[in-house]
Structures are given as C-alpha cells and as structure tokens.
Ligand binder design. Structure first.
Ligand SMILES: NC(=O)c1ccc[n+]([C@@H]2O[C@H](COP(=O)([O-])OP(=O)(O)OC[C@H]3O[C@@H](n4cnc5c(N)ncnc54)[C@H](OP(=O)(O)O)[C@@H]3O)[C@@H](O)[C@H]2O)c1
Length: 407
C-alpha cells in the first residue's frame, strides 16, 4: 500500500542519512517561537517543547538555524492570513509522502529565511550539502513550517551553501525577499537568471535601456530589487518611490547602485507622487509595485508604454480565500486575476528557484548585492521587540529585522 511504501522509504532515509543518528535528534525537543492560535503578537511564545523535525524525503536537510528574519509575511501569517489556501498548498506539495508528513497548520512556527549549519542530510543530497557543520542558506515557503526555531527542515533543491566570506547574518536577509524580487521582475517582463533563456523572445518590445518604476522601494524586498535590476539591466532608467522619511537615505542603502529619481510617496505624499508620475503617459516599460495601494496601482497603468507590464506582490488571492472559503473565494479570485491580467497587471509571488538562489549567491559573493539590516535581536530574549519593530513600531528604519536564533 502507499502507506507501507512511505514507511519503508522513511526508514531508508533514516538509515542512510549523515550523522548524528536522526532517531537521536527526533527524540529531542527544540527552542522555538510559536503560536497555538491565530491573532496578534501577544499570541507568540517562546517554548522548548517542539520536537526536532525528522528527515522524511531522501533530499531533506536538517539545519541548525543561526539567523532568521521577521518580515511582513510572518506578521500576516500569525493573523491568520492564508489559513484557507496555504494548508491546501502544503498538502499538494507533500503529495506522495506519508500522511503524517504534512504538519498541522497550528502550532505555527514563523520565519521564512534561514542561515545555519547542516546537522543531517538525506542520501540524495549533493555532497556539498551532506557535510555536517556546512553553512547553508535558503527560504521556507509560506505553507511550510518556519525557521524561528533551533532546527528547520528543508529540501536540498532549495538550499545552497553560503558563499565563502559572506556574513551569515547578511545571508539570512536575502533568500525570501531576493527570490520574491526576481519573481516580480519576471512578471514585469524584465530579465531574470531563470528566464534568461527565453527573455529575448518574451521581451521583444524592450529596449536595452528600459525605464523601470519601483513603488515602495525602501523595504527588504525593494532594497534588493533595486540592486538586482541594476545588475541585470545596467543601462535602465530607474525611478523609485518610498516614504519621505527614507528618501535621503535610500541611495546609500542600495550598495551604490544608481537611482535616476527618488520620489516621496505614501501617506500625504501619495497624491503628489501620483500626479508627478502620471503627468507623462507612456513613460515606463515596467512597473513593480511593492505597496498595498491597489487604487494608485490602477491609476499608474497609463504611464506604461505599449506592451509594458505592472507586477504587484500584493495580490488579493489569499485574502479572498480567507474571507470567502474555497468555494466562494475561487471564482472571485479567478475574476480578479483575469481582470488584472487584461489590464496589464501581473501577480507576483515568492517562488523557490535553485537557479535564482545560485544567482543571488554569486552576487552576494561578488559584493554586488548587499542586504541592509535594520536591527538585530536575540530570539530568546528579544523576539517580541523584534516582531513589534517589524510590524512598524517606533524606530523602524530601512531593511530587515534580524533574529539571532542561536542566542
Ligand atoms: N507576494 C509575495 O510572495 C510576497 C513576498 C514578499 C513580500 N511581499 C509583500 O511585499 C511588500 C514589501 O515587502 P517587504 O518585505 O519589503 O516589506 P518591508 O520591509 O516592511 O518594507 C515595506 C516598505 O514600503 C514602504 N511603504 C509602505 N507603504 C508605502 C507607499 N504607499 N508608498 C511608498 N512606500 C511605502 C514602507 O515604509 P515604512 O518604513 O514607512 O513603513 C517600507 O519601507 C509587503 O507588502 C509584503 O507583504 C509579497
């Protein structure tokens, strides 16, 4: 039966994995920040009772997490965002695995990005990932258990060695926002490493020096996105918006990459920025919107040149399912998707991609990609302060809120 095949595979993975004996790890508990119910930050707790995850697939890797980050998606997931669709995605992703391989949605362990060391690896992992102690990095999808824990499990397909000489804390700030930034570029019709094969065909209308507008560029995704656009399109014209309080500091936060114009936007400045941008129609070849301002997004469509695209990372998909359930949400989401697509708006999502992770690693190693850390906290003593700051608390600057999971 399927169950006995899964059991035998599981037993083989346990036997053939690298040391230490996985059964010894499985009986251990670990420290983690978790929540047993959806809600506000007060629901989060630090415990040492969660079981260390066990290797189940031949390409699974168990990582002792050194650093992770707190991002908008963590705060959203805690509030119940995606609680209808994400468990279905988890079940689909685990298709073929034994039934208890799909962790229940609650308790929730947050934290998408990780940098840490290999503790154990399944027999199908490549040699460079089978060395205990090897420093690795990667990101967990929103439907997977997170990294605000001593140990996290990940597939070798989505884990890479940290390049020599790269600060582990910096590495922990890159995978989730970096991969999201590359997805957004792809949806906006810009070249990415994974799309380079078909880019000349899919982007026929593009000139080598396209004009690109990035809205809300001062966050974890935006600061990396600007550096990636400059790396892949050195001659492009790059216009960006961010809240007024970040305008002066933004150029220094993007690793010396040249910005052609930085406009204040958000709050009271939004109307003025919109007026300035829409004054010249057919200006941009691509727009990437990192804000949640759907109304302004639509008003910017006339600033696209013919064939240009606007990519947003804030689609209504998960929210519609949360509000209406599967049966009610699916048709409304399908209509919203079709309507946006017809208007030239593409929905972009974080996507696991080994090729893109390799590209991010290369840029990091060359110093051409430099994430910015806003502030750094210890998980044991300061996780609550870290979450409050990431949620927009007083003193929030630009860049990532980093969590030292090991301390
Ligand atoms: N679709 C996906 O798979 C995916 C993946 C990752 C992220 N996201 C989404 O992408 C967005 C950015 O993520 P992030 O990690 O970069 O967030 P972040 O680090 O919190 O940064 C957001 C930045 O945007 C600024 N901002 C907010 N509203 C603005 C507006 N109307 N105009 C201009 N700037 C504005 C914020 O300013 P303040 O500092 O003043 O608040 C902040 O600097 C979030 O909404 C996140 O949920 C989506």
């Amino acid at each position: 039966s399927v169950r006995s095949v899964a059991f035998l595979r599981h037993a083989a993975v346990q036997q053939l994995s690298t040391a230490p004996a996985p059964s010894a790890m499985a009986s251990r508990s670990m420290r983690s920040v978790n929540s047993y119910e959806y809600g506000g930050l007060e629901k989060l707790q630090l415990t040492d009772t969660m079981k260390v995850p066990v290797l189940r697939q031949p390409d699974d890797i168990l990582v002792r997490v050194h650093c992770s980050t707190v991002q908008p998606i963590d705060i959203a997931l805690l509030s119940g965002y995606g609680s209808v669709l994400l468990p279905l995605a988890a079940r689909a992703a685990a298709c073929g695995a034994e039934p208890d391989a799909v962790p229940p949605a609650l308790p929730l362990i947050l934290g998408r990005d990780f940098c840490g060391e290999v503790v154990a690896a399944g027999p199908d992992c490549p040699p460079e990932l089978r060395q205990p102690g090897r420093l690795v990095w990667g990101a967990r999808a929103p439907f997977e258990s997170g990294c605000h824990a001593e140990f996290a499990l990940a597939s070798a397909r989505h884990v890479r060695p940290v390049p020599d000489g790269v600060d582990p804390a910096a590495a922990a700030c890159v995978p989730y926002p970096g991969l999201t930034a590359l997805s957004a570029m792809l949806e906006a019709g810009l070249p990415t490493p994974a799309s380079s094969f078909n880019w000349p065909l899919s982007c026929r209308s593009f000139r080598p020096d396209p004009a690109v507008l990035v809205l809300g560029a001062s966050g974890g995704v935006g600061l990396l996105l600007l550096q990636l656009i400059r790396s892949l399109l050195p001659a492009c014209r790059l216009v960006v918006t961010c809240p007024a309080r970040h305008v002066a500091d933004l150029p220094a936060a993007v690793n010396g990459c040249q910005l052609d114009s930085v406009l204040a936007s958000g709050g009271q400045d939004s109307a003025a920025a919109l007026q300035q941008l829409t004054a010249a129609p057919a200006t941009f070849d691509a727009i990437i919107d990192l804000t949640r301002d759907a109304a302004s997004r639509r008003r910017l469509l006339p600033t696209l040149r013919p064939g240009g695209r606007l990519a947003t990372v804030s689609s209504p998909l998960l929210r519609l399912f949360d509000q209406r359930g599967v049966a009610g949400g699916a048709p409304v989401a399908a209509r919203a998707f079709a309507s946006d697509r017809a208007a030239g708006i593409r929905w972009a999502f974080f996507a696991q991609s080994g090729a893109n992770l390799d590209y991010l690693a290369r840029l990091l190693a060359l110093g051409r990609l430099a994430p910015r850390i806003d502030r750094r906290f210890s998980m044991s003593g300061e996780f609550r302060t870290a979450f409050e700051l990431a949620a927009g608390g007083d003193g929030r600057g630009m860049g990532r809120v980093l969590l030292d999971v090991a301390s």
